[in-house]
Design a protein around this ligand. Structure first.
Ligand SMILES: [Zn+2]
Ligand SMILES: [Zn+2]
Length: 302
């Protein structure tokens, strides 16, 4: 799908359920060179579709596969795409240990309920594949990768994960946001050491200053109303934080006891994610000296 003459989304049949939408993979091209933004899933069907798409563009030499963060829905296809294209895999150094530790318990974009053994096994295969995508090129904030005459600027935007990056193409005013901003809904933020709510809000504030006219998210549709979307996300987190403080003051002292008030229609499959979300708010408030631990698993307002 063409987004602009130099930016395309490489679609693949929906291979695996990870929430409302499959991960996006973008191809940026200019002057006979290209870069992929994220790799999508590593299953045969997705890979075949994406490799076929690249084969139909023999004029494009893919130089980089830029991974916005370590989660397997964005990275498990990277090794095969690297082998096929000879591109270099670029990623923020803070993501690498989570990528490589595929048996570790870093939260992903999908929680697998304990009774779904087949899904759990597929996730482990994807994570193992993702760990093969050992980055060739660590990229930190301010790095610039050239693709033809285009400059791809790396912005370090921690929050969803600590090494999440966005990629900005000034000439197109296009911002690839990974899972920092989605095309639909809000993204899961885990508490440290995996994510950080305070850093997430700082990252969103920073993206407001970029003055992009188009955001291309890791999941969902492109976002054209950039400033409004970013403000909505910031406001949503501030409202949720106020809600957590109100619930604490009202006697709901543990994340579990707050669940019903915050997520009245919670699907049990996302229960761990919902708990981590509340914990992420509490960790931010604790760092700011506004709440403190009180009793087993509980908190109180300072
Ligand atoms: Zn994702
Ligand atoms: Zn993610």
């Amino acid at each position: 799908m063409e987004i602009t003459a130099r930016i395309h989304a490489i679609e693949a049949p929906p291979a695996f359920y990870t929430g409302p939408q499959a991960p996006n993979v973008f191809l940026v091209t200019d002057g006979g060179e290209g870069a992929l933004i994220d790799s999508g899933f590593g299953d045969e069907q997705s890979l075949r579709a994406r490799l076929e798409y690249l084969r139909e563009r023999p004029d494009v030499k893919v130089r980089y596969i830029i991974l916005t963060h370590h989660h397997f829905d964005h990275t498990s296809g990277a090794q095969r795409l690297r082998q096929a294209t000879g591109a270099q895999v670029a990623m923020h150094p803070q993501e690498e240990r989570f990528l490589l530790d595929w048996q570790g318990d870093a939260p992903q974009d999908l929680d697998v309920p304990p009774d779904q053994q087949a899904v759990a096994e597929q996730v482990q295969r994807f994570r193992q594949q993702a760990a093969e995508a050992v980055p060739d090129l660590p990229v930190t904030d301010g790095a610039v990768l050239a693709v033809g005459g285009l400059s791809l600027e790396i912005l370090h935007t921690p929050g969803h994960t600590l090494g999440s990056i966005c990629v900005y193409i000034r000439a197109e005013r296009a911002l690839f946001t990974g899972d920092t901003v989605l095309g639909l809904g809000t993204v899961a933020i885990s508490p440290p050491p995996y994510g950080d709510m305070a850093l997430y809000l700082q990252s969103l504030e920073r993206l407001k200053a970029v003055a992009a006219s188009l955001m291309l998210p890791g999941h969902g549709r492109p976002v054209e109303d950039v400033a409004r979307k970013l403000q909505e996300l910031i406001d949503h987190r501030h409202e949720r934080e106020e809600q957590v403080l109100r619930l604490l003051a009202g006697g709901k002292t543990t994340p579990r006891s707050m669940l019903g008030a915050i997520y009245p229609e919670l699907d049990r499959r996302i229960l761990p994610m919902a708990l981590r979300q509340i914990e992420a708010h509490l960790a931010k408030l604790q760092a700011e000296g506004r709440v403190e631990p009180a009793g087993p698993g509980g908190w109180r307002v300072v």
